[in-house]
Design a protein around this ligand. Structure first.
Ligand SMILES: [Zn+2]
Ligand SMILES: [Zn+2]
Length: 97
């Protein structure tokens, strides 16, 4: 277990989620200091709820790798497989495995 990986409990759905190195880097670039309090799915849903944008689109999809349900803040064009955030980051950056 590397110390670059942290597990948190989502305050909305109570599920454990990984706040992985790639996401930590992303948070750092956004100058966000606190770790997320919600899992990826709840964050996407919450952002959509808070958003005024009429165009905001949330799609519920099944991850092409682990088959867990994931939400994405866009409408997939069907051209490429959609991964949940853990699979996405681990495939893309191979930092979260
Ligand atoms: Zn959650
Ligand atoms: Zn997955």
């Amino acid at each position: 277990m590397s110390n670059s990986e942290h597990r948190y409990k989502c305050r909305d759905c109570g599920m454990d989620f990984i706040f992985c190195k790639a996401e930590q880097d992303y948070f750092n670039t956004k100058k966000l200091k606190n770790p997320p309090q919600r899992c990826h799915n709840c964050r996407v849903l919450r952002r959509a709820e808070l958003s005024d944008e009429q165009s905001h689109h949330i799609s519920a999809l099944v991850c092409a790798s682990c088959y867990s349900l994931t939400y994405v803040p866009f409408k997939p064009n069907g051209q490429k497989p959609i991964y949940c955030v853990e699979c996405y980051y681990s495939r893309k950056l191979e930092l979260c495995v």
